[in-house]
Design a protein around this ligand. Structure first.
Ligand SMILES: [Zn+2]
Length: 153
């Protein structure tokens, strides 16, 4: 990850630990070729239509920015899977990520705005001011930047 995000992530992990929540990074920075491999594997497995709801096409993944990371509990249970929703780790992230400059990038119920299904583990560094605003207003980054264009009807 980029240093600014990596430093903030360390703070976030330390704070979670204080609360008895043990978090670990599952997947951070990805190169273009890594994303291409991942996406192609998903397409092979599930088809393009399904893959596009949960995987970015190469060149479009936030993981290529170095500002995004997928997080799970240190036990690795439900890492980057929908069963992560509702865990105490997911709840802690939803409640506290913004304090360290991160947002839950693809929130529940905002699929038509973000174009992605709910990913409670996928956090994106945007800085503390924006993170707080986005979280407290319960909006997405698209809405924050005023470019909310529904991707599906
Ligand atoms: Zn992710």
């Amino acid at each position: 990850m980029r240093k600014v995000a990596a430093d903030a992530l360390k703070e976030l992990f330390d704070a979670a630990k204080q609360d008895g929540v043990y978090l670990a990074g599952v997947s951070g920075y990805r190169s273009e070729s890594r994303q291409t491999t991942l996406y192609n594997n998903y397409v092979d497995r599930d088809g393009v239509k399904a893959a596009d709801t949960y995987s970015a096409r190469p060149g479009h993944s936030e993981h290529q920015t170095g500002l995004t990371i997928d997080v799970s509990g240190t036990d690795g249970k439900c890492a980057a899977e929908s069963c992560f929703a509702g865990t105490k780790e997911a709840k802690w992230l939803a409640d506290h990520a913004y304090e360290y400059g991160f947002i839950i990038r693809y929130p529940e119920g905002k699929e038509s705005i973000t174009g992605y299904k709910y990913e409670p583990w996928h956090i994106r560094y945007v800085g503390k001011d924006i993170a707080e605003d986005v979280t407290k207003k319960d909006i997405t980054l698209e809405q924050y930047f005023g470019s909310a264009v529904p991707v599906s009807k």
